[in-house]
Structures are given as C-alpha cells and as structure tokens.
Design a binder for this molecule. Structure first.
Ligand SMILES: [Zn+2]
Length: 375
C-alpha cells in the first residue's frame, strides 16, 4: 500500500474522531437545555399553585371580613329594633336581620369550601417543590458533567487536530485537496476495494482500474464516487483463507466441456493454470501464468475430446472450478482479468486446504482432486 494511502486512512479515522468529538461538544448544551426547559415548566407549575393558595387566602379573608361586617349590621339592627315605633318598621328590620344571617351563612359555606380545597392545593405545592428540588439537583449534575466532558473533549480535540496536521503534511497537496473535497460532499474521501467493487458506492470497477488499485503503485479514484481507492491484501487473505466454518468446496464436474487445472510445473514456466475446452469435435488448450494471468505460448488445438487430446497435461494436475465461454476466453486476450485469476487462485487454496485438512480428508470425495483420483 502506498504510504500516502496509509496516511489518508489514518487521516480519515482522525477526521471521524474530530467530527464525533465536535458533535458531542455541540450536543452537551442541548441536553442541558432540555432539562432546563423541564425545570422552567415545574417552576411555573409551582408558582401557579402558590398563587392559587394566596388567592384562596385573600378570598377567605374577604369572606371573614364580610361575616364580621354582617354581624355588626345585625347587632345594629337589633339595637334599632328596641326603639321602633311601628310594626312595619319592626318587620323591616327583622327582614334585614334575616337577610344578613343568610349572607353570613353563604360566606361561611364559601370558607368551608376553601378549607376543603386548601388540602389539595397544599399537596400540589408540596409536589411541585419536591420535583423542583430533584430537577435542580439533576440539572446541576448534568451541567457539571457537561462542563467536565466538554473540557475533556476540547483537550482531545486539540490532540487530534495536532495529529491531523501531522498526517496532512504526509500527503501530496493535490491528493489531499481531492480527499477533502470528496469528504466534504460524501462524508468520506477514501474507499476500500473488495471483489472488484468500490465498497463505498458498491459500483464494479473496470478490470484495468481494479488492477491499478491492486498493484498499489499509483493513486486511483473511483469513477463513480470519486473516492480515492485502496486495496488491503490482508483483508482479501482473511476472506479467502479457508476455515472450518467454510462451506465445502464445490467440485467440478468430470464430464464438463471445459476444465481448468493447476500444474506446479509446466515446461519451463513454473506454476500454471491450464484451460482445456471441447469445441465442435476439437479440443483447445490455453496455458496461463498463475501469478500474472498472462497467456503463455499459443493456443493449442487438437482433434477430439480434451481428455484424449491432452492426457499428459491432465495427469497429475489439480482440477479446479471454472467455466467461461469460448467468447469470454477470447475476450480475456493475452491476460486473465484479475477477478478470474483471483477466483482460480482461491479455488486452488481451497483444494489444497481440502487435501491437507483432517476433517475433509476423511470425506468420501477424493481428498486431493487430482485427475487420477477424480477420473
Ligand atoms: Zn465508488
């Protein structure tokens, strides 16, 4: 991997962490504000309850004053009644007294009503006071936590910003500008390539682009999302490494019209993949270098079925999975696409793993799918 790509990956992690910290710092006052709003609501409720209590007390005092006034009036009427001359006047005073007594009774009823209500009002006030106390304590705690967290975050931010500056200085200016432009619009500026795909936008790469990314010699950007692409060979190795959980390898059909083989040694070319194909009564043989995928020598054509035509190539070879049409093979030209080469190599890994692994060696199928065992 290019050192610049490694720096960009670290830069991306750093940018993410800085964003997370900034978001957190921005969110802390919001959390405090939510509790403060709740607190203001409780305060208003308490004030309302207290105002109601005060209003009730004022009303009660008013009723009590009314009663006193009425009692004074009654005693005045009684005094006057001693001096009246006519029956008419006496009746009128009596009527006033009765009216005042009725009024007293009505005021007493209202006081009683207020006294009954006072209990409920008291409870309201006390509940609001308890709530307010709890919320005040909570908000103080939240504020203190927010203060501490903000201070910690700010300290971390300073550290991360320092790291970011250091990483930025390790990346070419034009590449850095590209990374930052794409990051700004897409949230990330660099993307891993796996299975010939840009993992960020999931678009397949052209074989040439894929090969360029894999070679790690120059920086390549995704045609579709513009992110800078990188390839992590370790990831691919982990993915391809056969494990005990892996599904059993699919075995190639013996009577297929095309067969791929691995040979550890071929002529003077070392390790090769052979592709034998039957086509209208003729058999063809293509030989590819297993590392570069380059076609070695000419395509050999012989009469008859490939088993009869190329027995010396099949003997002692490892049979692999692979089936592409004659047109596709022609389309590959002088070099197998990286994805085809990868698929053959990973099938070879599996075949070797089967041959050595204890669990598969005991299986009914031939342990090493060499042609002697399979045919
Ligand atoms: Zn992309």
């Amino acid at each position: 991997m290019l050192p610049e790509i490694e720096n960009l990956l670290k830069l991306q992690d750093t940018d993410k962490e800085i964003r997370r910290l900034q978001d957190e710092v921005a969110d802390l006052p919001k959390r405090v504000a939510v509790i403060e709003q709740k607190l203001a609501g409780t305060k208003a409720q308490l004030e309302k309850a207290q105002t109601a209590v005060k209003a009730d007390e004022a009303s009660r005092r008013k009723y009590e004053t009314n009663i006193n006034d009425l009692r004074t009036k009654i005693s005045k009427y009684r005094d006057q009644s001693l001096d009246v001359k006519t029956n008419e006047q006496y009746k009128a005073l009596l009527h006033e007294i009765q009216f005042a007594e009725k009024e007293i009774s009505a005021n007493e009823d209202k006081i009683l009503e207020l006294m009954v209500n006072a209990d409920a009002r008291d409870k309201e006030v006390k509940a609001a006071q308890v709530e307010l106390k709890a919320e005040t304590a909570e908000i103080e705690k939240e504020k203190e936590e927010a203060r501490q967290r903000t201070a910690e975050d700010e300290k971390l931010l300073t550290e991360w910003r320092g790291k970011r500056e250091q990483l930025r200085s390790g990346v070419r200016e034009d590449l850095l500008r590209h990374y930052e432009r794409v990051s700004k619009f897409r949230g990330s500026g660099i993307s891993e390539v796996r299975d010939q795909k840009c993992m960020a936008c999931q678009v397949m790469l052209r074989p040439q682009t894929y090969n360029d990314v894999r070679s790690g010699k120059e920086t390549v950007v995704c045609d579709s999302c513009q992110r800078i692409l990188y390839f992590n060979p370790k990831e691919e190795l982990v993915e391809q490494k056969p494990t005990l959980h892996r599904h059993k390898r699919h075995h190639p059909k013996i009577d297929a019209s095309q067969a791929w083989y691995y040979r550890p040694e071929f002529a003077n070319d070392g390790e090769v993949f052979l592709c034998l194909t039957n086509n209208h009564g003729q058999a063809s043989r293509r030989v590819y270098d297993i590392h570069t995928g380059r076609l070695l020598g000419d395509i050999l054509i012989r009469e008859g079925d490939f088993r009869q035509a190329f027995p010396e190539d099949i003997d002692g070879s490892t049979r692999l999975n692979g089936l592409w049409s004659e047109d596709e093979l022609d389309g590959f030209g002088a070099e197998l696409p990286m994805v085809i080469l990868d698929s053959l190599n990973s099938d070879l890994d599996l075949a070797r793993y089967e041959a050595t692994s204890g669990s598969h060696a005991k299986a009914a199928v031939p342990a090493a799918p060499t042609e002697q065992a399979a045919s």
